[in-house]
Design a protein around this ligand. Structure first.
Ligand SMILES: *Cc1c(COP(=O)(O)O)cnc(C)c1O
Length: 429
């Protein structure tokens, strides 16, 4: 007999802190217990309890082709039969690198790593090594992985030094990180006017996906580009989530603004552990062994991971116009109908969309464009919504600060199912 999720969670807690290997999975913010997943296929995940859920998490972004896409699975199986890791160069690494450079005109060269965190951490080191400056600018509400420099909360004034947002991070490290307001052109301009020459890089999620979904205003990204040109600061777009998601060429394609460095993850690995960072050749040449910025990885460019990523990207590229138009249309359909149902029941509700990425907000405000506004949404209501959805076998991310995702496997029927359940939920309020 198989154990239920709740028993599995009890067991997991004995051996794994909090029972999970990444904190949001614990469901703590929505007041429930995590569902243990046994398998997944297409738009659905199957739990150890024998339930089938319509999935809008997609492993937090990577599964844009739906779960267990046969071509991706076959590519991984076939790679596995030739050996799991060599720690030596392979042909497929260049193939994936070439494809990334082809899809992203801002990327001349790219290095593979094993996670988004690693990609961002390395890109920051590279920017610091290249500019010989220590200070970096990030924006509150943007998440860039869990490396020390980036686990920072803003001080009260724009120029106060960043304080660590996690125990174990020395304030000596975060004192070089300034956390400013997202979508606020004036503030970042003022800061650069004062200390622009000391800044190594400005890092931003061009479509923020870690404070629900907040697309940047175009003029904000334009301002960052201009400031970076003016003060010789490296502009880093963290497209770990938005890359291959909001369009094939990521947010930089949608906004038509080129960063100096780009970090990728999630979709680039097709569900396996891959991250990458790339950009201007003159900057990338500063990485070891050609340059003096050290960066390495025993499993970097792992052949299984490369084959999952390469297969995924080739499928996306092959029919990109149709794929991204469909994804976009399905997502718009879902959000528009959810809005209609909310309006019908007089519920304060709004949504954000960037391609096949979305945010749902229980708020009167129809223009959620800052971290503060996300923070002011009705948390309790989101939690009831989440739990009502789970009871009805629809799986959204277990936090109001996470984005939702559609895949090519989601159908209009799937969307209609959510809309029907949401209608019932709004009626209960
Ligand atoms: C997920 C994410 C990361 C971290 O990637 P991991 O693979 O979880 O380490 C970094 N930046 C952004 C924008 C992300 O969405």
């Amino acid at each position: 007999m198989s154990l239920s999720s709740s028993n599995l969670f009890k067991d997991a807690n004995k051996f794994i802190p909090g029972g999970v290997n990444s904190p949001v999975r614990a469901f703590s913010s929505v007041g429930g217990k995590p569902i243990f997943i046994k398998s997944a296929k297409g738009a659905y995940v199957y739990s150890e309890d024998g339930n089938k859920y319509l999935d809008f998490v997609g492993s937090w972004g990577p599964m844009i082709l739906g779960h267990a896409h046969p071509d991706v699975i076959n590519a991984v199986i076939s790679a596995a039969k030739s050996g799991l890791s060599f720690g030596a160069p392979t042909k497929i690494e260049t193939e994936l690198a070439r494809l990334i450079c082809e899809i992203y005109p801002s990327i001349d060269m790219v290095r593979m790593v094993s996670s988004g965190t690693e990609a961002v951490m390395s890109a920051i080191r590279l920017a610091r090594g290249f500019t010989k400056c220590d200070k970096i600018i990030k924006f509150t509400g943007c998440y860039h992985g869990h490396s020390d420099s980036l686990l920072v909360q803003a001080g009260s004034g724009a120029l106060t030094l960043g304080k660590p947002s996690s125990a174990g991070v020395p304030s000596d490290i975060t004192k070089n990180t300034l956390s400013l307001d997202y979508n606020n052109c004036e503030q970042v301009t003022n800061v650069c006017e004062q200390i622009g020459a000391e800044i190594a890089c400005i890092i931003v999620e061009p479509v923020a996906g870690n404070m629900s979904c907040i697309p940047a205003k175009k003029e904000f990204l334009q301002t960052l580009r201009e400031l970076c040109d003016k003060y010789k600061i490296v502009l880093i777009f963290d497209e770990v989530m938005s890359g291959f998601r909001v369009s094939l060429g990521g947010a930089q394609q949608v906004y038509n603004i080129m960063p100096d460095l780009t970090t990728l993850g999630k979709i680039v690995g097709g569900g396996m552990s891959v991250g990458s960072f790339g950009g201007r050749g003159d900057i990338m040449q500063h990485i070891a062994p050609t340059g003096d910025v050290y960066q390495a990885g025993t499993l970097s460019g792992n052949p299984l991971a490369m084959s999952a990523g390469l297969t995924t990207l080739k499928i996306l590229q092959h029919d990109s116009e149709k794929i991204y138009t469909d994804l976009n249309n399905k997502t718009s359909y879902l959000l528009q109908k959810l809005q209609n149902k909310a309006d019908k029941h007089n519920i304060d509700f709004s949504t954000n969309q960037a391609g096949a990425m979305f945010g749902l907000f229980f708020s009167k405000d129809k223009n959620i464009d800052t971290f503060e506004k996300v923070n002011n949404c009705q948390q309790d209501r989101f939690n009831s919504f989440f739990n009502f959805m789970i009871e009805n076998k629809i799986y959204f991310a277990p936090s109001s600060f996470e984005a939702g995702f559609l895949s090519t496997a989601h159908t209009i029927d799937d969307c209609d199912k959510v809309i029907g359940v949401a209608d019932k939920f709004f009626k209960t309020l």
